[in-house]
Write a protein that binds this ligand. Structure first.
Ligand SMILES: NC(=O)C1=CN([C@@H]2O[C@H](COP(=O)(O)OP(=O)(O)OC[C@H]3O[C@@H](n4cnc5c(N)ncnc54)[C@H](O)[C@@H]3O)[C@@H](O)[C@H]2O)C=CC1
Ligand SMILES: CC(=O)C(C)=O
Length: 258
């Protein structure tokens, strides 16, 4: 890793991605915040800059290869470096098996899986250009470690991401590049609130009931804050994780034991 540490985080306008960008800034990284809605990522970047960090906001849809490559290019040119990519952006439609459509599958895979492939390719090019290795960090989920009912489209992408993390870790190790994934449990973010809302509506209950259903199996007895996940991504972005590759770190307060 260079002295001038640079990280790019996708889906950084809210939730886990926002917490990761804020944490990596505190860790000393210059951070590029990427998202589909520029006003959201700009707001988080402005706050980081107000707090003494160095952040830029970039509009890109991770499903589009050229937009991801353009985001990495802008980052490396503005910050003159590139060390870490956090492929965090994702979508999570609720999809009971018998109602899954072709559009559901293509949309979810286009963002969650293709987005990680484009991010990996663009980051590897950038690491090589600067003549050093780097770190690729992918968002999977506890739902990518064990099957969750009603999440066929989403869960299938998250299982695939663990596979891609393993295949690319093997391919890229010779270039000094590590590839790891983080698997959150039930995190208090807009994504999880939407899922809990849908489950609650289907059961004719209020949203709190829906969220409570998800927290029942957590050994530590509480839902996750986005910062719980950012702490682990901080480790995966640091030199302390230099001898870790191809792994999925589960950050779920004790839901899934592997
Ligand atoms: N919230 C949770 O309980 C869990 C979340 N995760 C994963 O963590 C990651 C972050 O999740 P949350 O922060 O909860 O989600 P969120 O929905 O609150 O935030 C995701 C962000 O990604 C952005 N995004 C979505 N599609 C995009 C695209 N095509 N291009 C660029 N940006 C895009 C959204 O605009 C949003 O700002 C996701 O990959 C999710 O699957 C995994 C396990 C649990
Ligand atoms: C959204 C998600 O990844 C869950 C429920 O594990």
């Amino acid at each position: 890793m260079s002295e001038n540490k640079v990280a790019l985080v996708t889906g950084a306008g809210q939730g886990i991605g926002q917490a990761i960008a804020e944490r990596l800034s505190k860790d000393g990284f210059k951070v590029a915040l990427v998202g589909r809605h520029i006003e959201k990522v700009q707001k988080v970047a402005d706050e980081i800059n107000r707090n003494g960090g160095e952040a830029i906001a970039i509009k890109a849809d991770v499903a589009k290869r050229d937009e991801v490559f353009a985001a990495v290019k802008e980052t490396k040119e503005k910050f003159n470096g590139f060390d870490v990519i956090v492929n965090n952006a994702g979508v999570a439609p609720t999809t009971p098996i018998m109602s899954v459509t072709e559009d559901d599958m293509n949309w979810t895979w286009g963002i969650n899986v293709n987005g990680i492939v484009w991010g990996t390719q663009a980051a590897v090019d950038a690491f090589k250009e600067f003549g050093h290795g780097g770190k690729i960090i992918n968002a999977t989920s506890q739902a990518g470690v064990q099957g969750n009912a009603n999440l066929t489209a989403y869960g299938s992408t998250k299982f695939a991401i663990r596979g891609i993390t393993q295949t690319t870790a093997r391919e890229l190790a010779e270039f000094g590049i590590t590839v790891n994934a983080f698997a959150p449990g039930i995190v208090k973010t807009p994504m999880m609130e939407d899922i809990a809302h849908e489950v609650s509506v289907n059961a004719g209950k209020d949203d709190e009931w829906g969220m409570a259903q998800f927290s029942e199996g957590i050994a530590m007895g509480r839902l996750s804050e986005p910062e719980d996940v950012a702490n682990v991504v901080s480790f995966l972005s640091s030199e302390d994780s230099n001898y870790v590759t191809g792994q999925t770190l589960i950050v779920d307060g004790g839901m899934v034991f592997s």
